[in-house]
Design a protein around this ligand. Structure first.
Ligand code: ZN
Length: 144
């Protein structure tokens, strides 16, 4: 079998396997991972080539591209099961700690905004997302 065809088949399988496990709702809602989670962490994962890949990190990379070395993918919605790319962003450990602190402060008075992006940004993201899903090969995804 020619190599290109082989790769295409694998890619499609990963994407299909991924999205089958996601409860996709409205564009700005949380899309929850419905499959297995990492015990004690709450983050969803998918096994690819015998490696556990964090579902939110895979979702981020499929939508936006590679996660820079040493950085985390943070949830703006504080829902660890969520894999909606619109709710995911890159950050450091410190950003993550700041988020948790802010969330703790906010919990008592008002709800956390679901998304910080504009409709226009979201449309761009969806276009990017579709492009990646349709045209690009998934590069090696780093582990959590
Ligand atoms: Zn979310």
């Amino acid at each position: 079998m020619p190599r290109a065809k082989y790769i295409k088949r694998i890619r499609k399988t990963i994407e299909q396997r991924f999205w089958e496990k996601v409860d996709v709702k409205g564009l700005l809602d949380c899309w929850e991972w419905t499959s297995r989670s990492i015990r004690g962490h709450g983050y969803g994962f998918i096994c690819i080539n015998q490696k556990k890949i964090s579902a939110h990190r895979l979702s981020y990379e499929m939508a936006y591209g590679k996660i820079p070395e040493g950085l985390l993918v943070l949830h703006s919605c504080n829902n660890k099961k969520c894999v909606n790319p619109a709710h995911l962003r890159i950050g450091t450990n410190q950003d993550n700690a700041d988020d948790r602190m802010n969330i703790r402060k906010k919990r008592s008075n008002r709800p956390i905004p679901k998304s910080r992006i504009t409709e226009r940004q979201y449309k761009k993201m969806i276009a990017t997302f579709n492009y990646i899903l349709n045209n690009k090969f998934l590069h090696q995804i780093s582990r959590n």
